[in-house]
Design a protein around this ligand. Structure first.
Ligand code: CO8
Length: 261
């Protein structure tokens, strides 16, 4: 496995755990880390041994405390736009990765930290997690997709409330508004994320990847086009071995043995 200056990648039992590792800055995203995330997700997407990816932060205090403010503070308008575009491209790589990505959120998920979590498929938060988009308090707006993903995930009213006020919310409130799917004790966060990964791995990987594609692409389409796309993808499932395996296993009361073909 490649070595990175600001991240650790460990692969075990079909699951890759990507730990963002800049504890001195509460895992804030600087330019180098952003490039590394890009490389990591390119590699993991192509690695057939990896079925599910978990994204987390080093330490117990912070998942990601945002984009690196010290690196960002002297940017001019052009550099700011390019920085935002780099973040958006990086987070799109996560969102469009063919494999499911679980964010295991250990502590602060602020600004770019909340935005990177929202680019993942499923979010599990530790009880100490805190979410927020503090950008307007810094004279900027969320620039890594936050205005768009937040609105789509929790609705425009709640997104505006969080973004206009820059208020931080705790894990239980994030769960209540649907920003995260589960809240667990910090000590069992990674174990819970790995267990969720194993639940997904036992299913047909082809079907899971197709489902991710249908949900994500469909969200960008009209309902009629999205339904047509779903029907197309549904048909594709019948071209592979997993559908035959899954349905034969049901009929013969056996356990399916999916190959992902
Ligand atoms: N960037 C750089 N350094 C950071 C960041 C950050 N986002 N967050 C924390 N750090 C550093 C601190 O400066 C400090 O370093 P040092 O010891 O050298 O002073 C170290 O991490 C520890 O932090 P604190 O001492 O502040 O720890 P506290 O426990 O007192 O506070 C907080 C923790 C509440 C998380 C606090 O650190 C904080 O408010 N951090 C900033 C949070 C924030 O505003 N995040 C949003 C950033 S903006 C953003 O993400 C925009 C994304 C879109 C960008 C578009 C591109 C142009």
């Amino acid at each position: 496995m490649k070595e990175y200056n600001n991240a650790i990648v460990e692969i075990e039992n079909g699951t890759a755990v990507v730990t963002l590792n800049r504890p001195q800055a509460l895992n804030a995203l600087n330019d180098e880390l952003m490039s590394e995330i890009n490389d990591i997700f390119t590699d993991l997407n192509q690695d057939n041994s990896v079925k599910v990816i978990i994204l987390t932060g080093a330490g117990e205090k912070s998942f990601v405390a945002g984009a690196d403010i010290k690196e960002m503070k002297d940017l001019n308008a052009d550099e700011g736009r390019r920085w935002a575009e780099k973040g958006e491209t990086t987070f799109l790589k996560i969102e469009q990765c063919e494999k499911p990505v679980i964010a295991a959120i250990n502590g602060f998920a602020l600004g770019g930290g909340c935005e990177i979590a929202m680019a993942c498929d499923i979010r599990i938060a530790a009880e100490n997690a805190k979410f927020g988009q503090p950008e307007v308090g810094l004279g900027i707006i969320p620039g890594f997709g936050g205005t768009q993903r937040m609105s789509r995930l929790v609705g425009r009213g709640m997104a505006k409330y969080l973004i206009y006020t820059a208020n931080m919310i705790k894990a239980d409130e994030a769960y209540r508004i649907g920003l995260v799917q589960k809240v667990v004790p910090l000590a069992s966060l990674l174990e819970e994320a790995k267990s969720l990964a194993q639940t997904i791995i036992k299913k047909s990987q082809t079907a899971v990847c197709f489902a991710k594609d249908a949900i994500n692409r469909g969200a960008e389409m009209s309902m009629a086009n999205a339904m047509a796309y779903e029907a197309y993808i549904f048909g594709m499932c019948f071209g592979g071995e997993d559908q035959t395996e899954g349905m034969n296993a049901f009929v013969t009361k056996a356990k399916p043995n999916f190959t992902g073909k």
